[in-house]
Design a protein around this ligand. Structure first.
Ligand SMILES: [Zn+2]
Length: 205
């Protein structure tokens, strides 16, 4: 799927498109279950909310043996295994109600996942920083789950459930919601596919 121009403009504005000039960033070799997430936040958000969101997403993936690495600067050398995360202040106007995020794949930029912070706040309906951050982390984990797992779609339960209600939110705030075992397997299968794609000889096509 080709990303629409406004998305590309946002990615560029967020500094997610690598600079053309070379840089000398050094990256440690990644383990198979390591995933780098280049993130950008567009619009105001309390730093404590973001930090809680990041920690929550890290923990959710940590429980299934996947190590996320959040970085806010993209290296000049394209990193084909990385995922781009854009946290937008506002959902696009034409977006259906109750949609909290989205996951796309762009032929040039690879996986790009979106989180719409106004929708997170609406769903969360809490003024507590900690609670908002936890729900934010769940939305981030859900969208990254779409980008990583081996098949599209949703599950009946867990982080990859298609529609969350207030009961789910209450369970999330107690950290009781995880990836299901089946989703964990799909994510590990997806990671294995990504590794194969990365190591496959290039050229042709
Ligand atoms: Zn979803």
């Amino acid at each position: 799927m080709k990303l629409t121009p406004w998305i590309l403009t946002l990615i560029a504005a967020a500094g997610l498109i690598p600079a053309r000039a070379s840089s000398h960033a050094i990256h440690p070799p990644a383990e198979d279950s390591d995933v780098t997430v280049y993130f950008a936040r567009i619009g105001p958000m309390a730093n404590a909310v973001w930090k809680t969101g990041e920690t929550t997403a890290l923990q959710l993936f940590g429980r299934i043996g996947v190590h996320l690495r959040f970085a806010n600067a993209r290296p000049a050398q394209p990193d084909s295994g990385a995922i781009n995360l854009l946290v937008l202040n506002r959902a696009p106007k034409n977006l259906k109600p109750h949609v909290l995020g989205a996951a796309k794949t762009d032929p040039e930029y690879g996986p790009v996942v979106f989180v719409f912070y106004d929708r997170v706040l609406e769903f969360c309906a809490s003024t507590y920083t900690e609670e908002t951050g936890i729900v934010l982390g769940y939305v981030i984990a859900h969208e990254l789950g779409h980008a990583l797992r081996s098949e599209p779609g949703h599950s009946q339960a867990g982080v990859m459930k298609g529609h969350w209600d207030q009961k789910d939110a209450a369970a999330m705030l107690k950290h009781l919601v995880s990836f299901t075992r089946a989703d964990s397997e799909r994510i590990h299968l997806g990671l294995a596919d990504r590794k194969l794609a990365k190591t496959a000889p290039t050229g042709g096509n």
